[in-house]
Design a protein. Structure first.
Length: 185
């Protein structure tokens, strides 16, 4: 037997042994199987945070903005997003936890403007975050308080692309990442 034939025979034997082990784990009559991982956390807070979309892990598409629009008006149309609080329960004797403000953190750009910086090949732009009243929420600064009620609450925000003063807008792709934290008042 040549070395090639020996290696081929060893590979086939190992494959059959391993596939038999994997196949042995499938219950008789099964037509598929898998695993589900459940995860989460318990917060010391009066409200929970909805999982995924509108909650703790979001991806907001700001669309394809024309460089001419940014050069002419200085900003794009705001795109709404929300943070959904679930199961809010308050102590009726303590009215202190009936409001919340939100702080967004990330790469700040634009000096005192408090814009969220972007990465990528697009240049001369940033992201401006706005609250429900269309008032800017600066990066690393708490928003105005949102009033809460018992049950589920939705905090409305929007984001828009803005041209940075004194910089040329260069077309391309961009990303911006922010984290947020809640403070109950």
């Amino acid at each position: 037997m040549t070395i090639k034939q020996t290696l081929l025979a060893a590979t086939v034997l190992a494959s059959l042994t391993l596939s038999g082990t994997v196949l042995a784990e499938v219950p008789p009559g099964s037509q598929g199987n898998g695993q589900i991982l459940f995860k989460g956390s318990v917060l010391k807070a009066p409200c929970g945070l909805a999982p995924g979309i509108d909650g703790d892990n979001q991806s907001i598409n700001l669309g394809q903005v024309a460089d001419a629009q940014l050069t002419t008006t200085g900003y794009s149309t705001p795109i709404e997003f929300k943070i959904k609080l679930i199961g809010c329960t308050f102590d009726p004797k303590a009215a202190a936890e009936t409001k919340v403000n939100v702080r967004f953190d990330g790469m700040s750009v634009g000096g005192a403007n408090g814009f969220l910086g972007v990465t990528g090949d697009a240049k001369g732009l940033a992201i401006r975050l706005l609250d429900a009243a269309n008032k800017q929420v600066k990066i690393a600064t708490k928003s105005e308080p949102y009033s809460l009620r018992t049950g589920d609450n939705t905090l409305q925000f929007s984001a828009q692309v803005v041209a940075l003063d004194g910089e040329a807008v260069i077309a391309g792709h961009y990303d911006a990442l922010t984290s947020f934290s809640l403070t109950y008042l």
